[in-house]
Design a binder for this molecule. Structure first.
Ligand SMILES: [Zn+2]
Length: 469
């Protein structure tokens, strides 16, 4: 008797079949197989796998889950409305599967909480997320107490899986001096971590804010003039120059202007130690939205000019800007609708609509490839912040996967998002592209555009990233 060779089929849980699969530098028609929490295989798989569930994704685009490294959730309990459950539901509905939130040294961003350590801040945020997150989550530690003891906390924070530190060079109460920054950079470098800095020159912003108030510039259209592009560029230059001197990995967060991007570009000589992001809103909105939306789009740094939007694309193309994040921040309307808008808080939400909007603007309107979108939203943020198992469809990595229908039209309607925020700076914006399915470590949490899964997100302990090229 002759035994014929038998084709052994690989048993998997889920097969996404007949999609347009997009990963690092590649786009092809094919399938993605998921087994357990990981990606089992990618390619022409139908004759090779035996899948428990087959989902036909023909006509749709399959990308890695979006990694958003700049998200604020439940940060200041008295005025920020976001909860982990609501905001991460919004995240997965918008194709985001991993976030990096912020853990302040003083719990709940309070300066008076001076017995709290950075590690306490991390534990505090972990307890808020635990059991309520639909996405995997990590944190940037935010040191803001200017005393030498703060630096002694860094080692424990890095050991706890938090190797990035965000500091504010700004008018915020949690802002720190350049003197503190330079020392912090030295300590972060010693632990191989990443320094993340909000760069706006506080003196310039404070003086111009006072001047505009004095002059009675009472319409929010004047708000961007209180925090001009050159104040951002000045602070960016200070920060990135000090970072270079200290040999620390530097990440310029929410870059908004041609002038600031040019500064970062100038220091990014070999790309190895200096990186930067912009945010969704700086690529699609300019300051003119204040005419209609008054102070609701009051964010910091502010929205700029149409030329600055073009600059964001120029620097995204060169790679000086390698990531697009959301800077998602959540408020009920009442916190923005204060009597004197100068007193209203900074920030706007967008995590659920960011991917559709960027799909529409980058791919449909500006002709960028899906691969470009995946680099900026998935792969680069994952690699920049030490998450090699995220932001890719490589077999063996986490099965964080998004299915995008590139034909479905959308209109942004803040009443129909899962976020606790009650307004959107994109309200009424129309475009093309919708998230139909989202998988988080193999679990289908969004199916046909509806939330169907449970919050099974986990804290992601990160190693210090290697930025070698
Ligand atoms: Zn932010």
């Amino acid at each position: 008797m002759v035994l014929l060779p038998k084709l052994v089929l690989m048993a998997v849980d889920v097969l996404l079949t007949n999609g347009t699969v997009v990963d690092h530098g590649e786009q092809f028609s094919g399938d993605v197989a998921i087994d357990g929490e990981t990606i089992a295989a990618v390619g022409e798989l139908e004759s090779q796998v035996d899948a428990e569930t087959v989902i036909d994704v023909s006509g749709k685009v399959v990308i890695p889950g979006v990694v958003d490294p700049h998200v604020h959730i439940d940060e200041v309990p008295e005025n920020r409305a976001g909860t982990y459950r609501a905001e991460t539901a919004a995240a997965v509905l918008g194709g985001v599967t991993t976030i990096i939130d912020f853990a302040f040294q003083g719990r709940d961003r309070t300066l008076s909480d001076d017995s709290s350590t950075l590690l306490d801040g991390v534990e505090h945020k972990r307890s808020k997320a635990d059991g309520d997150a639909y996405v995997d989550y990590s944190f940037h530690a935010v040191p803001h107490r200017e005393e030498p003891e703060t630096f002694e906390e860094f080692a424990a924070v890095v050991d706890a899986g938090v190797p990035s530190f965000k500091m504010f060079m700004s008018t915020y109460e949690v802002g720190v001096s350049t003197g503190f920054l330079v020392e912090a950079f030295e300590h972060i470098a010693a632990h191989d971590g990443v320094a993340v800095v909000h760069t706006e020159d506080p003196d310039v912003c404070e003086a111009l804010t006072a001047k505009l108030k004095r002059e009675g510039k009472s319409h929010p259209r004047h708000y961007p003039d209180s925090r001009p592009d050159y104040a951002e560029a000045m602070a960016a230059e200070d920060a990135v120059r000090m970072a270079q001197e200290m040999g620390v990995k530097y990440y310029g967060i929410h870059t908004t202007s041609r002038k600031a991007a040019a500064v970062i570009d100038q220091f990014r000589t070999d790309g190895s130690q200096v990186r930067a992001e912009t945010c969704t809103h700086y690529t699609v909105l300019d300051r003119s939205v204040h005419e209609q939306q008054l102070n609701y789009p009051k964010i910091a740094p502010p929205l700029r000019t149409p030329d600055d939007i073009e600059a964001m694309f120029e620097y995204l193309e060169t790679g000086t800007l390698s990531v697009i994040s959301t800077d998602h921040s959540v408020y009920h309307r009442e916190y923005k609708a204060v009597e004197d808008w100068w007193d209203s808080p900074f920030g706007a939400n967008s995590i659920q609509v960011s991917l559709p909007i960027l799909h529409d603007e980058l791919v449909c309107n500006r002709g960028y490839s899906y691969s470009f979108l995946v680099e900026k939203l998935c792969r680069n943020p994952a690699r920049t912040f030490g998450m090699p198992q995220k932001g890719t469809l490589e077999p063996g990595t986490d099965a964080d996967i998004v299915v995008l229908d590139p034909e479905t039209e959308f209109t942004v309607d803040s009443d129909r998002t899962a976020s606790n925020a009650e307004f959107s700076i994109y309200e009424g914006r129309e475009g093309t592209g919708a998230v139909t399915d989202t998988f988080v470590r193999g679990q289908r949490v969004v199916a046909d555009g509806e939330l169907v899964g449970e919050p099974a997100g986990e804290f992601l302990a990160r190693d210090p990233p290697s930025w070698e090229h």
